[in-house]
Design a protein around this ligand. Structure first.
Ligand code: HEM
Ligand code: ISQ
Length: 148
């Protein structure tokens, strides 16, 4: 069973909503990550020197935006060709170098899904969440494959 047009639209539409207020949702995303994995703070260059999650940090915002954009792109790839290809060849190596291990991917996934729940509010439903989950899993698998 492939990724459907409906699933693609669910991801694209809620990504638009995320994009309406990236400063707010980026902070929220990191907050969810650090709630689950406080030790991950030291891994991020733009987090490690500040107390808590910095509220107005362009680098933090840019990174969070990039992650959401890549998951959205993954959904579009899944609909178009049924698989996810990593376009950035350096991404595997960066994550190895930063000390990212398998369980971290689950932490980031849960934080992403919780953020999307906040983004969509009363429009949230399990179908929407599952569509994001599938897109994330496809992308995460591609990154892990590159982490050799
Ligand atoms: C860096 C994407 C999963 C931790 C990056 C970069 C991107 C990215 C685009 C920036 C690379 C650059 O600087 O050019 C993703 C995506 C993920 C994912 C799409 C999942 C699908 C994870 C996980 C962790 C993680 C699970 C661990 C908590 C980091 C760290 C950096 C990084 C620590 C370096 C940030 C810095 O500049 O200090 N990631 N990542 N990533 N990622 Fe991820
Ligand atoms: C993973 N990799 C890079 C940047 C990120 C930002 C927020 C959450 C996870 C991330």
């Amino acid at each position: 069973m492939g990724f459907s047009e409906v699933q693609e639209a669910l991801v694209n539409n809620s990504w638009e909503a995320f994009n309406q207020n990236t400063p707010h949702y980026s902070v929220l995303f990191y907050t969810f990550i650090l709630e689950k994995a406080p030790a991950a703070k030291g891994m991020f260059s733009f987090l490690k020197d500040s107390a808590g999650v910095p509220q107005d940090n362009p680098s933090l915002k840019a990174h969070a935006e990039k992650v959401f954009e890549m998951v959205r792109d993954s959904a579009n790839q899944l609909k178009a060709k049924g698989e996810v290809t990593l376009t950035n060849a350096t991404l595997g190596g960066i994550h190895v170098q930063k000390g990212v291990v398998d369980p971290h991917f689950l932490v980031v996934k849960e934080a992403l899904l919780k953020t999307i729940k906040e983004v969509t509010g009363d429009k949230w439903n399990s179908e929407l969440s599952t569509a994001w989950e599938i897109a994330y899993d496809g992308l995460a698998a591609a990154i892990k494959k590159a982490m050799i």
